[in-house]
Design a protein around this ligand. Structure first.
Ligand code: GDP
Ligand code: MG
Length: 596
């Protein structure tokens, strides 16, 4: 395929507006997969299927005939959720245009706005498409007006489709790549992952030149050289083609031993034919941090291995080593959001069979320290606290700062009052509000990140019967007042629950956590006292009554084999327990405590 007949594009939209469905129809129409009951074919991960969301951007190459000419289409399906914007902006780097889908019933939503600007900032051709116009409640005129108000897109520029009936031709509006196959090879790595059987696999876009099986290539960042052992296109799974030309998107393998050799955003070229590398990606900024430890210290090597492989596929996770006297050796990980954290955790378990404990999620606080030890920086030193356990003594802290986000909420105007109340309750500052059509409003609210991490989204959805949407972006740091809250079971510090919170929140949060602990920590053969303290002062307390548990009590001595079986089962159960003093706590109890 000459470049004039190649189209590289991506589908972007708010969650559930139909990206994956359109991708399915495209795969069918082009005969890439058989017609039939295909559902979100590109959502390959188990976690994606279970949750019904796209987490990883996926590529597929398709061949389509339009007016007698055959086109090679490289389609990239992207996730919509705010936590995965990083995936979206990365895949856009391999595209020349985007199809911006808007649900004709739901209209423009918060992530539609965010995704629009991601594409707009990268100067991509935007093909606006109004989707689901078959729905009974579709309001195409209203939505078209929203698109005009927000994006300056005229109604006659917008394609109107049902699922995909006319969709396939919209790629003809995407400009072709401006690459040259006669130039020396320049390949851009925009994704990579670890395949259990094949090793490291990279997704590449060939910018210039030709890459063939057997070619010796060198990476710009490391200078390391490899031989391409397999190369091909995603159709929609790996199909070897032995060669990729300029403008094509595909995959390659090159016997990489170490997962960290394939950096996303890197460029490679033919050995000894160095070209100017492409600008890489700017690093994702993690927003939420949590400690991750193996359930059993002996499993630390497996966990390290799993984390290394998974972070190869998910570059947005920030990893640093962590040590806890109670939990042993582990990692402190930075995520783009709570959903991202959940998904990472689930992928570790499902794809790598790793069993882990995660501590409570928190944000990164900045604190100004007056240090006698380090006179040079006296009174001016800011430290970043990722792990609440490591927060210095408040006596030497002169200033606290917390991370803020610019939130965008789009809602029917009827809910304006309740949303304003919710925002104030979450320490939000209303910055702006404007009507995007007769009945819908877009709000801009500055929130402390910590306030929207837990349950904010659920609360917003239930307040508005699901009609409001929310998205946010980083807005730097702001001055604040913080305290550290410690939790104790029978006077033993439960490190994984240590939290930093806003002064005004301490008492309420501590009380909630104590109550939840009371519910989740199983009764033992003695009384357990639960306490929350700030600066050694108790701010909340509960008690768990004693309970006698003997698994063999029912077996009246008679059946020995049954008794040993039961005891064995109990011993296995204990492995999943964490001992705090002499108290056995199931490892997932803490997670339950921190989320309802
Ligand atoms: P994504 O989150 O953007 O990838 O959205 P999905 O492709 O998973 O689609 C979300 C839901 O919308 C699915 O239940 C689809 O069956 C449905 N859907 C997609 N396109 C259409 C359409 O044109 N008409 C109707 N009625 N439903 C659609
Ligand atoms: Mg999807």
């Amino acid at each position: 395929f000459p470049v004039e007949r190649i189209r590289n594009f991506s589908i972007i939209a708010h969650v559930d507006h139909g990206k994956s469905t359109l991708a399915d129809r495209l795969l069918e129409i082009t005969g890439t997969i058989p017609m039939g009951d295909n559902k979100q074919v590109l959502d390959r991960l188990q976690v994606e299927r279970e949750r019904g969301i796209t987490v990883k951007a996926q590529t597929a190459s398709l061949v389509h005939e339009h007016n007698g000419t055959k086109y090679l289409l490289n389609l990239i399906d992207t996730p919509g959720h705010v936590d995965f914007h990083y995936e979206v902006s990365r895949s856009l780097a391999a595209c020349d245009g985007v199809v911006l889908l808007v649900d004709a019933n739901q209209g423009v939503q918060a992530q539609t706005v965010a995704n629009f600007y991601l594409a707009f900032e990268q100067n991509l051709k935007i093909i606006p498409v109004l989707n689901k116009i078959d729905l009974k409640n579709a309001q195409p005129e209203v939505v078209l007006e929203q698109m005009r108000n927000l994006f300056d897109i005229e109604p006659d520029e917008v394609l109107k489709v049902i699922s995909s009936s006319r969709f396939y031709s919209c790629y003809t509006y995407v400009p072709n790549p401006r690459y040259d196959r006669l130039q020396p090879l320049k390949a851009f790595v925009f994704d990579s992952w670890y395949d259990q059987f094949k090793g490291v696999v990279v997704h590449i876009a060939i910018c210039d030149g030709v890459a063939k099986k057997g070619d010796r290539i060198t990476y710009a960042s490391s200078g390391k050289t490899y031989e391409i052992t397999e190369i091909g296109i995603m159709h929609p799974t790996q199909v070897p083609s032995d060669v990729l030309y300029a403008g094509q998107v595909g995959y390659a393998m090159m016997n990489m031993r170490n997962t960290d050799e394939a950096k996303i955003g890197d460029t490679f070229f033919h050995e000894n034919k160095r070209v100017q590398p492409l600008p890489g990606f700017k690093d994702a900024t993690p927003m939420v941090f949590a400690g991750m430890f193996p359930t059993d210290q002996s499993e630390f090597p497996q966990m390290r291995n799993a984390i290394e492989k998974l972070t190869l596929n998910d570059r947005s996770v920030q990893v640093s080593v962590d040590n806890s006297p109670a939990l042993g050796q582990g990692y402190r990980l930075g995520f783009l959001g709570l959903l991202h954290m959940d998904v990472f955790n689930q992928r570790l378990e499902q794809e790598f069979d790793a069993s882990v404990i995660m501590t409570a999620p928190n944000v990164a606080y900045k604190m100004k320290i007056m240090g006698e030890k380090n006179l040079k920086h006296w009174g001016t030193d800011f430290i970043t606290v990722l792990n609440p356990c490591l927060m210095p003594d408040p006596a030497i802290i002169t200033e606290y700062q917390e991370p803020m986000v610019d939130g965008t909420i789009i809602t029917p105007a009827d809910y304006l009052d309740s949303i304003t109340a919710l925002s104030l309750n979450r320490r939000g500052q209303l910055k702006d509000q404007s009507y995007i059509d007769d009945s819908r409003v877009m709000l801009r609210v500055l929130f402390p990140l910590s306030e929207i991490l837990v349950e904010f989204f659920d609360e917003l959805k239930s307040l508005t019967s699901g009609y409001a949407s929310f998205d946010y972006e980083d807005a730097g740091y702001q001055l604040t007042e913080l305290v550290k809250v410690n939790f104790y079971l029978n006077d033993k510090d439960v490190e994984e629950l240590t939290m930093i919170c806003h002064v005004s929140r301490a008492r309420e949060t501590a009380r909630k956590v104590c109550l939840k602990l009371k519910d989740t920590v199983p009764r033992q053969q003695f009384v357990i006292s639960i306490q929350a303290k700030v600066n050694q002062k108790v701010i909340a307390r509960e008690n768990i009554k004693a309970y006698r548990k003997d698994v063999t009590a029912k077996c009246y001595g008679g059946d020995i084999s049954r008794k040993t079986k039961l005891l064995k089962r109990q011993a296995e159960g204990k492995k999943r327990l964490r001992k705090i003093g002499n108290i056995d706590v199931p490892k997932d109890a803490f997670i339950k405590v921190l989320r309802k």
